[in-house]
Design a protein around this ligand. Structure first.
Ligand SMILES: CC(C)(COP(=O)(O)OP(=O)(O)OC[C@H]1O[C@@H](n2cnc3c(N)ncnc32)[C@H](O)[C@@H]1OP(=O)(O)O)[C@@H](O)C(=O)NCCC(=O)NCCS
Length: 110
């Protein structure tokens, strides 16, 4: 599959995220730092959770844990995918979040 889409309830991530072990199992230290600095941090955590699942769907194969897929924000704020800490030029993502939901789409271009 070349395209992946995922939507996440922010409350669910906020509940799970109270457990530090959940956060550390799913998100990289850089993602935790980025999200924790935001006033509505669970929106950002949830968007990253959605992004990981969307990227996973776009790859159409297993072998990757959620934490292997991470999101880095460029200076412009636009998000980029890292797999095991490395930029992946062949996958583009876009994130969005509002009060209750966060969503992400991933497009694999090669
Ligand atoms: C960047 C922007 C589009 C984000 O939109 P928003 O409705 O405020 O917020 P959303 O929840 O939909 O999206 C937030 C996500 O957009 C992404 N984003 C931020 N800057 C971005 C950029 N320059 N390009 C692409 N994506 C961007 C980020 O992933 C962010 O989530 P994160 O901080 O958790 O990583 C908006 O803040 C902005 O600057 N808009 C420009 C306004 C404008 O000129 N509009 C008129 C032209 S149509």
């Amino acid at each position: 599959m070349m395209l992946g889409l995922d939507i996440v309830e922010i409350d669910r991530i906020a509940r799970l995220g109270k457990n530090k072990r959940f956060l550390e199992r799913v998100f990289t230290p850089e993602e935790i730092r980025y999200c924790s600095a935001k006033s509505r941090k669970w929106q950002h955590f949830a968007a990253r959770f959605a992004a990981k699942e969307a990227v996973w769907k776009s790859l159409g194969r297993g072998g990757l844990a959620l934490k292997d897929i991470s999101v880095e924000n460029k200076a412009s704020g636009s998000p980029a995918v890292l797999i095991r800490g490395r930029r992946v030029p062949g996958i583009r993502i876009s994130l969005t979040h509002c009060d209750r939901y966060a969503a992400a789409v991933a497009l694999r271009t090669r």
